[in-house]
Ligand binder design. Sequence first.
Ligand SMILES: Cc1cc2nc3c(=O)[nH]c(=O)nc-3n(C[C@H](O)[C@H](O)[C@H](O)COP(=O)(O)OP(=O)(O)OC[C@H]3O[C@@H](n4cnc5c(N)ncnc54)[C@H](O)[C@@H]3O)c2cc1C
Length: 403
Amino acid sequence: MSAAPVPDGAGADAGHDLADRLARVVGAGHVLLDPAVTAGYVRDWTGRWRGGCALVVRPGDEAQTAAVLAEVAAAGRRVVVQGGNTGLVAGGIPEAGDVLLSTTRLTRIGPVDPVAGTVVAEAGVTLAALQAHLRPHGLELPVDLAARDSCTVGGMAATNAGGIRVLLDGMMRAQVLSVDALSVDGRPLVRLHPLVKDNTGYSLSALLVGSEGTLGVITRLLLRVVPRPVSRAVVLLGLPGLPATLGVLAALRVRLPQLRAAEFVDDATLRLVLAHTGEPDPLPRRHPAHLVLELAGAPGRLDELLGALAGAGLGDDPDVDVAAAEDVAGARRLWGHRDRVTESVAAAGVPHKLDVSIPAMRTAEFVARCGELAVGGAAAPAVLLRSPRRRQHAPERPGRRSP
Ligand SMILES: Cc1cc2nc3c(=O)[nH]c(=O)nc-3n(C[C@H](O)[C@H](O)[C@H](O)COP(=O)(O)OP(=O)(O)OC[C@H]3O[C@@H](n4cnc5c(N)ncnc54)[C@H](O)[C@@H]3O)c2cc1C
């Protein structure tokens, strides 16, 4: 977000002047100038993008956030808002001279409303902290992703994060009911209202979802929460290819309307995960394609899931292998083969990340074309993953949402 260009001659002195004024708002301990300390804020999770900044400021509540934004705007500096810095397209990485506003001290969680199925959380609350807060109430935020220990609900809303359960519960857009947000110069932009059912005019909160820090700073959110299932049945299928995988999914969606998750992992990716995690192969044979499926709710869901697979003709298919789990550790182990993909790719080298959505029915065509475009052959994924690890300054900003 930009208030105005930095005036000519605004250099280190101007930066220190601003730092003094910000320190009066948030306390000197929450204005970071030392490059050794700010380094972790200006480098992205993948290691691919590295920026710079005049300073990092960490307000402790909404009033401080508003005052910080007003000071930064008056100084003519650009401000980049950052939550957990787990975004994969460098949206939260500032450039030299920018002010980085970190939401990591906005961590209060408000009351849970079990009747409405809502909770209020400040933007800097991590997904893991929110889930821990909701667990004793038998509730959870339906969106889950592997960055859960670091990513914040503000960042998840700003990126309209999807995660691994989009199938049943949708993306963050479906969970964000209302927000408090401030404009670039600190004025209230949108105010949170506590109603689940609201049909008054435009939804300005909805505009903030997916805005990636370009419209304003989200400081607080009213989030939809759902009953936490008491049991989860998970299966990992080994399949002959992606077209077969899509066929299985089509058959299962009709038979299992409550299917909570379905994630595809190809063989090259599974090999990479196994090499990184040291886990044994979950299946007796290698397969070109894998599908992780989850059905959750009352106990006994595994029988239902396996029954649906048999009904779809997979029970005695000689080309298909199945690993299944209904206990917590087993379900976590099977999910690990999908959950740890991003981490395993990053461990193999600096990844080139794109956040691409395509019509589901054209997935097989897309994956095949990607292989051809990358190196002109089917070995593309493995070759891509072997790029050397190196730090670099971003030659240009990557697209927030790549086509
Ligand atoms: C291991 C791993 C797995 C992941 N899995 C998934 C996945 O399954 N699905 C998926 O969709 N994404 C996934 N992601 C990426 C995902 O977008 C982020 O993890 C998360 O949504 C970003 O939250 P954050 O707090 O880290 O935001 P940051 O990285 O800090 O910021 C991301 C963007 O949001 C903006 N922003 C942050 N906070 C605010 C705020 N309070 N107000 C306004 N703008 C703000 C920033 O300016 C930036 O543009 C994954 C990332 C990792 C590292």
